[in-house]
Design a protein around this ligand. Structure first.
Ligand SMILES: Nc1ncnc2c1ncn2[C@@H]1O[C@H](COP(=O)(O)OP(=O)(O)OP(=O)(O)O)[C@@H](O)[C@H]1O
Length: 316
């Protein structure tokens, strides 16, 4: 039997005011694989995950697209696909429930086990997440947890549903570097042991590259470069990806300043015709205004949609 995959095809999301935020985004992730999606704030990363999950934010609608898991297909943005869980950027936990109860009830809905066994599983999940004194934390209400603890509790809650695919929206952003590394290691272990498929979103290409097998770079609602992690990081082809990598602080060279990318991305509704990066690109050239449609993220081969990158390739 062919390995299962989560496939998202041609998702469009528009606001109530008719502004198109995503205009045909596609990507896929296989069982046991990790797809990283990287891009600046506002590039549409959260929107891509929320539409996949069937939960576009208030004021937006997914107008087309499909999400397929194995042989089951749903309309994007309309319902939650089977076997998919999500860790949200700002996790909202039920303020009225003790964490242990919340977790154990979630476990109980997905596994036919006794209440005691569900509580044991809940404790195991919190322990896995390196929550200090997990037995004590089982009795805590969400407001009694720190931001980082809440974020880890949210990951535990998502894993409590025994998902086959986990969508993670900046799940380690509130954590310090050590804890971040531990959580990434834990997610990787799930990937290897249970075949969990991960879609991991972050603005930080360094974090994404630690966990992802394949990285997709988003800019202004589109995928502008995609490829196996080592290839993409080692030889980025799109000027935007090159700028993201150049902006990384150099480890061991503390005197060197963090360099940000000059300018800001265009807002949805003000996207230029053609390449959406052209106003910030250091080497715009002829043809950059020609229509582009973004890359199909279901194809994981290393590609960029920079016209000049293609020209350089074909003439070299
Ligand atoms: N509820 C909403 N109504 C209208 N527009 C929205 C809504 N939520 C997000 N947007 C717009 O959609 C675009 C994509 O936002 P999204 O949150 O997906 O970006 P992101 O890449 O995840 O950024 P961040 O890391 O800051 O969350 C942005 O221009 C944003 O302003």
């Amino acid at each position: 039997m062919a390995a299962s995959r989560l496939e998202v095809e041609s998702v469009e999301v528009v606001t109530a005011g008719g502004v198109r935020i995503l205009d045909g985004l596609s990507f896929r992730v296989g069982e046991g694989q990790a797809l990283g999606i990287v891009g600046e704030s506002g590039s549409g990363k959260s929107m891509a995950l929320r539409a996949t999950m069937g939960l576009p934010p208030h004021g937006t609608t997914a107008t087309s697209g499909t999400v397929t898991v194995g042989d089951q297909r749903v309309s994007a943005g309309q319902s939650t696909p089977p076997g998919v869980a999500m860790v949200f950027q700002d996790p909202a936990l039920d303020p009225t429930m003790r964490l242990g109860t919340y977790l154990a009830e979630t476990v109980g809905r997905h596994r036919r086990i006794s209440v005691a066994a569900a509580r044991e599983r809940a404790l195991e999940l919190l322990t896995d997440m390196h929550l200090p004194e997990p037995r004590l934390r089982m009795r805590a209400f969400p407001h009694q947890l720190s931001g980082g603890q809440r974020q880890r509790a949210a990951i535990a809650l998502a894993l409590a549903t025994d998902p086959r695919y986990l969508l993670c929206d900046e799940p380690t952003t509130a954590l310090d570097v050590t804890l971040q590394a531990r959580i990434l290691a834990l997610l990787k272990a799930r990937q290897a042991a249970d075949g969990l498929g991960l879609v991991f979103v972050s603005h930080d290409i360094a974090v994404v590259s630690q966990i992802a097998d394949v990285v997709a770079v988003m800019y202004a609602g589109r995928i502008v470069e995609i490829g196996p992690t080592a290839a993409l990081i080692g030889s980025p082809r799109h000027p935007y990806t090159q700028a993201l990598i150049a902006a990384l602080p150099d480890v061991g060279r503390p005197s060197r300043r963090f360099r940000s990318i000059a300018g800001t991305p265009p807002d949805p509704g003000e996207f230029p015709a053609g390449c959406r990066f052209q106003a910030r690109c250091g080497h715009p050239g002829t043809g950059c205004e020609q229509p582009l449609s973004g890359l199909d993220g279901r194809d994981h081969r290393h590609r960029s949609d920079c016209l000049h990158e293609h020209l350089m390739e074909s003439t070299s």
